[in-house]
Write a protein that binds this ligand. Structure first.
Ligand code: PMV
Length: 342
């Protein structure tokens, strides 16, 4: 009763912000994303028959760190009670499906800073869902796994399928699922993430989303989403980079307009975020096609084609306030692994 899964983070080109059903975690809008090759979570879950409570260990290991297996549990990051509760609550959903009530031992490693708006909850809940379902031999389909992962954290459903993924908002739990629109090999795009803050943010996405309707702009954005999804799918199918970039930047700014006009307002950007956005406009003027998108955090995702990746990284490196760069290609979805963490 032990399994390990590796799940990528994903970057939303059309973003999820706001729920129409809190308990079922049904989103107000469909969203579309790309899985990221350089930011992922590895999770091992075991259900030993003798545990009295869930035993959860979290680690953060920067890229290229050699991890000694099996893990020594003493060195894990202390995790807060609300994080622990969310994980145990999600395990309950999976125990309920299996009708087995064993407590779990869980170890999870992110290769990137956790909770800094880098979708650690997406890769985290995708990996947890697949590893725990496999440990119980539940034999769920990909669609069922996306529905289950969504209940843990909305955007997690988009980290399960391969490559470029759409999450259909749906009107019931079973109809709110994610599927692969195009495989990771379809288009050599890059997401160069400029990390300008690597500590946890003050307001979680769940808390932030719950006041969406205090913004006068939320409805306008939601009404525009079906058209944006059609346009971005067309841009993907035609490999029209300029159109893709313009739409994803438009939706990023539309979402942040909503965040910044909520009550209380949410300003996730810092000086470096704004500097990078200004630079992007300048780089485009001087002939380099690059577009930005930003989740609920200050870090900036710079989307370019593979041919421009190296030049872009050099330019980003020179911006004051950039602490770290993670460069990503489109990645496959969540996969099982035989390399258990313990
Ligand atoms: O799934 P959550 O609760 O972490 O929310 C993700 C929200 C955004 O990252 C801002 C947008 C998105 O679609 O990923």
């Amino acid at each position: 009763m032990k399994a390990t899964a590796v799940a990528p983070a994903n970057i939303a080109f059309i973003k999820y912000w706001g729920k129409k059903d809190e308990a079922l975690r049904l989103p107000l809008n469909s969203s579309l994303s790309m899985n990221l090759s350089g930011a992922y979570t590895t999770t091992t879950v075991e259900f030993p028959p003798n545990l009295l409570e869930d035993d959860i260990h979290m680690y953060s290991a920067p890229p290229r760190t050699k991890i000694q297996l099996p893990l020594k549990f003493g060195a894990s990051k202390a995790i807060g009670s609300s994080e622990r509760e969310k994980i145990s609550h999600h395990l309950d959903r999976i125990r309920q499906k299996a009708k087995i009530w064993y407590k779990a031992r869980v170890a999870t490693i992110n290769n990137f800073p956790s909770s800094a708006g880098l979708a650690s909850s997406a890769s985290g809940f995708a990996a947890l869902t697949m590893a725990a379902s496999e440990a119980f031999k539940l034999k769920l389909s990909e669609k069922e796994l996306t529905v289950l992962a969504r209940l843990g954290s909305g955007s997690a459903c988009r980290s399960i399928p391969d490559g470029f993924v759409e999450w259909r908002e749906g009107s019931s739990s079973g109809s709110s699922f994610a599927y692969s629109l195009l495989p990771s090999s379809y288009w050599k795009l890059c997401d160069v993430i400029a990390i300008v803050q690597n500590t946890p943010k003050d307001v979680s996405t769940s808390d932030g989303m719950s006041s969406i309707k205090t913004s006068p702009y939320w409805k306008g954005r939601i009404n525009k989403i079906p058209d944006k999804i059609d346009r971005i799918k067309k841009a993907l199918l035609e490999k029209n980079f300029q159109s893709l970039g313009e739409i994803l930047e438009e939706d990023c700014l539309d979402m942040h307009r909503v965040l910044q006009t909520q009550n209380p307002p949410l300003y996730y950007w810092n000086d470096a975020t704004i500097k990078i956005m200004e630079n992007v406009r300048g780089w485009r003027k001087s002939g380099m096609p690059v577009y930005f998108t930003i989740d609920a955090g200050p870090n900036v995702h710079l989307i370019c084609e593979a041919k421009d990746e190296k030049t872009l990284i050099e330019k980003v490196r020179n911006i004051f306030g950039v602490l770290e760069i993670i460069s990503n290609k489109p990645a496959q979805g969540t996969k099982l692994s035989k390399k258990h963490l313990f």
